[in-house]
Design a binder for this molecule. Structure first.
Ligand code: KIV
Length: 277
């Protein structure tokens, strides 16, 4: 059956029907095509691309231009998944005007369907300004990698009652500000369940337990293409790195020993024509 472009209304309906929502990161044309063909509801062009595609130590150095470049490739590759462009650090924190302008680039230049930005209650006015400009916003709370230093590192958030209450309030404030969905990263499953129950909008978990309305993983973690570290919440479905390394070693050996290219890879020239040369 032909699949149609996923809409915000359908994502909302899934929450209301108790159907799980799927989200996967993608950063390039071929991956976007594969994710789309798999029927995944939403693609996040995450600023995690800074680490898994560009080799930065964190997501902090990622620029607007880098995000737009990758988002353009993804929107060319995926026709039906709902595409979310991740706003990089310092592209939305300074003021609402700059946030709206940068969010607009994801929609106008890169043809994304929406944007995501990190932060709790303090970001609600920014979320509201972007939404009022007509751009759907996915919020992101819990472990927010752009400000991991403020959180004293990559740690589970909301483990004590006080910080858990703060996250519950953040989620509500972001919903009230107009966010259509909220990513919750690295929080106890109890809290993931409570926020999911409290909110009308869908929640997407990454290390937030089984009761979120949906789940997201970083593509490179899922397929074993990022070997620097693996967070506890990751499930690796396939380990491509050793397979790719083996193929490359084989290519090198075959070129060096003359078995590649083989006769089937060669363009033969008509013998008569060759003799004229
Ligand atoms: O940048 C990203 O990929 C993300 C996900 C981990 C949610 O924000």
């Amino acid at each position: 059956m032909d699949r149609k472009k996923v809409t915000i209304a359908e994502l909302q309906q899934k929450k209301e029907n108790g159907q799980k929502i799927t989200m996967m990161t993608a950063y390039d044309y071929p991956t976007a095509g594969l994710v789309d063909q798999a029927g995944i509801d939403t693609i996040l062009v995450g600023d995690s691309l800074g680490m898994v595609m560009l080799g930065y130590d964190s997501t902090v150095p990622v620029t607007m231009d880098e995000m737009i470049h990758h988002c353009k490739a993804v929107t060319r590759g995926a026709k039906n998944s709902f595409i979310i462009g991740d706003m990089p650090f310092m592209s939305y924190q300074i003021n609402a005007e700059q946030a709206v302008e940068n969010a607009g680039r994801f929609i106008k230049e890169a043809a994304c369907d929406s944007v995501k930005l990190e932060g709790g209650s303090e970001m609600a006015p920014i979320v509201n300004a972007v939404v009022r400009a007509g751009i759907p916003v996915c919020a992101h709370i819990g472990l927010t990698p752009q400000t991991a230093t403020m959180l004293s590192g990559f740690k589970v958030q909301g483990k004590d009652a006080e910080s858990a209450k703060k996250l519950i309030k953040s989620a509500k404030d972001l919903e009230d500000a107009g966010a259509f969905m909220i990513v919750m990263e690295c929080i106890p499953d109890f809290l993931g369940k409570k926020i999911t129950k409290d909110l009308k909008i869908p929640t997407i978990g990454i290390g937030a337990g089984t009761d979120c309305d949906g789940q997201v993983l970083v593509y490179h973690d899922l397929v074993g293409l990022f070997e620097r570290f693996t967070p506890k919440f990751v499930k690796q479905y396939i380990n491509l790195s050793p397979m790719i390394r083996e193929a490359l070693i084989q290519f090198k050996a075959e070129v060096e020993n003359g078995t590649f290219p083989g006769p089937e890879h060669i363009f033969a020239m008509n013998k008569e024509e060759a003799e004229k040369i």
